[in-house]
Design a protein around this ligand. Structure first.
Ligand SMILES: [Zn+2]
Length: 217
């Protein structure tokens, strides 16, 4: 899943308005941010298998540290705990911890049964990636819902707050559509380096956050 993780970060702003959008991105996308690093380092593994699923040709066959439920529960405690230590916000810490674990739940909807519960399995997955229309529908609903909630929770302080946000929305949708409709990537290395570029969404989120105000309901 791609857009859905961002959708939950955006929705998280309503639950914990004090937490920056960039930090919410870091939490809900932690599994993937970590995975592209461990894949490059040779600790976790994937391969390109054209036709692996209808939506993505990437076969994730070994990623227990970044994508198991047990691993993400531990990472959630670490990230929530660090946030609490730095900011003393219980609500913020819990929303971030839940955001880290939410990645597992969303991925388990779309992935084949390759999502580990523990470090050595068992593996689950509802395989929604075998249907392009259903994948598009689910991603669009979660992302659209997140954008809607985010717009109700915040308002632009200036023009940057408007364009930095809508620029991100447009960019995410384009990257996602390109990944669904484009040809399989040329090599695993290319996938890893473009995956690493996802780290840029964290500062982009921090930047947006500084230019938007919380709407008091
Ligand atoms: Zn993932």
């Amino acid at each position: 899943m791609f857009l859905g993780h961002f959708g939950l970060s955006l929705a998280g702003k309503r639950l914990a308005p004090a937490v920056s959008l960039g930090t919410l991105f870091l939490a809900t996308q932690w599994a993937d941010l970590l995975f592209w690093v461990t894949a490059l380092a040779g600790i976790e593994h994937f391969r390109i298998t054209p036709g692996a699923t209808r939506v993505t040709p990437i076969d994730f066959y070994d990623y227990p540290w970044s994508h198991s439920l047990a691993g993400l529960a531990a990472w959630g405690l670490v990230i929530g705990g660090l946030y609490f230590a730095l900011r003393r916000s219980r609500a913020g810490a819990w929303v971030l911890a839940a955001g880290v674990v939410s990645h597992w739940a969303l991925d388990a909807i779309v992935h084949r049964p390759d999502m580990p519960l523990g470090i050595a399995g068992p593996y689950v997955g509802l395989s929604l990636w075998n249907s392009i229309p259903l994948t598009v529908l689910v991603e669009a609903i979660i992302f659209g819902g997140g954008v809607f909630l985010y717009l109700r929770a915040t308002s632009a302080k200036d023009r940057t707050g408007l364009w930095a946000f809508w620029g991100l929305v447009a960019f995410l949708v384009l990257v996602w559509l390109a990944s669904i409709t484009g040809p399989p990537p040329p090599s695993e290395r290319v996938v890893e380096y473009s995956g690493l570029a996802m780290w840029l969404f964290v500062p982009w989120g921090w930047w947006i956050d500084r230019h938007r105000a919380i709407v008091r309901a």
